[in-house]
Design a protein around this ligand. Structure first.
Ligand code: C5P
Length: 420
């Protein structure tokens, strides 16, 4: 079968490496991409050569590494042409300095010249210290790149090379490789889902959800008490975002309606950011008539404050009594529509998992419910799911959340198709 990626060896990227400590991860990134059949031409800044040697990158990719613009001039600008011929230029890691150059359109070395002279999409994976990332100048430059149509992959929050913790870590190499592959696939002229079969090393028995419209809710909701305080649920959004990515990988047209999280949106999904349950409900109501599948992963707050105060409530010695009103059950609403999409719910329980999950599936009248133990799942990178449907239960053993999401989506796709 011919996939969206034409024979994978026909896809080429320029991997641009700039001078930050995360440069050492570029070696692994190149290796992962090549394993997926992507041709990788490395271009490095002079500063990057202090962190990882061109010899390493050349040995891994089997191609001379491009560094010096004056070599390029001697070759009749052949190196710039190489950038033009690529399907994408991927800058990983991208330093604050290089991002600033890109935002200004400077071209004072080979890599920045290739970026300016390119005829393909630019994907940028920032990596820097949290204060450099938080600096207004960097934020302004990143926003400018986004406005210019550049794809910004990450960064994420975590421990940094300098020992500090915060936003600015480069996306993990596996995730980055996946983002690049998904991008290359989505750029092809032939149907997306089929491309994932074969050409880029994914399993050939994957279900295809090409063209299927899917709404996924994710993350917590936040219900304001006053101008600074609120009620929320503990939810990182990781599971919902993994489900969105897995659906997108199968070719679905994904709308991800997300409460506040610190995560970056998976490439290619349509993102709608909300804060409260009421906003999430609104966003779902507007879009659900067109949806084929609805997956509610969000940890929606069950209650909101009857009268949130616009100003901060001053502290006093007395008790503060808040009146809480129940929020609408978004999933139950969608499932009760006259022509509902195929509905999937999530349930996080702290005990009696099977009993509560079975009861919840029935109460919400949904064909499929994925249950997990809250204490194992919240914020963690790994989880374990039990799926409940008309046929009984299916255990998805402990794995990282993206692996679980992919397995869940296989099951969802199969049940969805069986119903058509
Ligand atoms: O009832 P409970 O909150 O445990 O149900 C969990 C499932 O219902 C999840 O799929 C969640 O996204 C969804 N839900 C919802 N709206 C609510 C509460 C839960 O969509 N108000």
């Amino acid at each position: 079968m011919r996939g969206i990626m034409e024979p994978a060896q026909q896809k080429h990227i320029v991997l641009g490496i700039t001078g930050g400590i995360a440069a050492y991860k570029a070696a692994e990134l190149a290796r992962l991409l090549m394993k997926q059949g992507v041709g990788v031409q490395v271009a490095m800044t002079e500063a990057a050569c202090h962190f990882i040697t061109p010899a390493t990158m050349q040995a891994l990719t089997g191609r001379p590494v491009l560094i010096n613009q004056w070599d390029a001039a001697e070759n009749g600008m052949a190196h710039i042409a190489m950038g033009r011929a690529a399907d994408a230029i991927v800058i990983a890691p991208a330093t604050a300095d290089f991002i600033a150059k890109l935002a200004l359109g400077l071209a004072d070395d080979l890599l920045s010249t290739m970026c300016l002279a390119r005829d393909c999409q630019l994907l940028v994976a920032p990596a820097m210290n949290r204060q450099m990332w938080g600096n207004a100048a960097t934020q302004r430059n990143v926003a400018q790149l986004a406005r210019d149509g550049v794809d910004i992959l990450g960064p994420v929050s975590g421990v940094q090379a300098c020992g500090e913790e915060g936003m600015g870590r480069m996306l993990e190499t596996e995730e980055l490789a996946r983002e690049v592959v998904v991008f290359l696939q989505s750029r092809s002229s032939v149907g997306r889902a089929s491309a994932r079969q074969g050409d880029v090393g994914l399993k050939p028995d994957l279900q295809n959800l090409s063209g299927v419209k899917m709404i996924i809710t994710a993350g917590p909701t936040y219900e304001a008490i006053d101008a600074v305080r609120g009620i929320t649920n503990r939810s990182s959004g990781k599971m919902g975002y993994a489900v969105a990515q897995a659906a997108q990988e199968l070719g679905a047209e994904v709308t991800l309606i997300s409460g506040p999280t610190a995560l970056h949106k998976p490439h290619g999904v349509q993102a709608v950011d909300v804060i409260s349950a009421a906003q999430m409900f609104d966003a779902v109501q507007q879009r659900v008539p067109a949806a084929d599948i609805f997956i509610g992963v969000a940890a929606v707050a069950d209650y909101r404050v009857a009268q949130a105060s616009a100003q901060k409530i001053k502290k006093s010695d007395g008790n503060l009594i808040l009146e809480l009103l129940p929020n609408p059950d978004i999933l139950a609403y969608v499932a009760s529509l006259p022509q509902p999409p195929f509905c999937v719910g999530f349930a996080a329980e702290s005990e009696n998992l099977r009993e509560y999950a079975t009861a919840k599936r029935k109460a919400k009248n949904i064909p499929l419910l994925a249950a997990n133990l809250a204490q194992q799942a919240i914020g963690a990178d790994e989880n374990e799911l039990i799926l409940f449907d008309d046929a009984g239960e299916h255990v998805l053993p402990r794995a990282d959340k993206l692996t679980l999401a992919r397995a869940l989506l296989q099951h969802v796709a199969k049940l969805y198709k069986d119903r058509l």
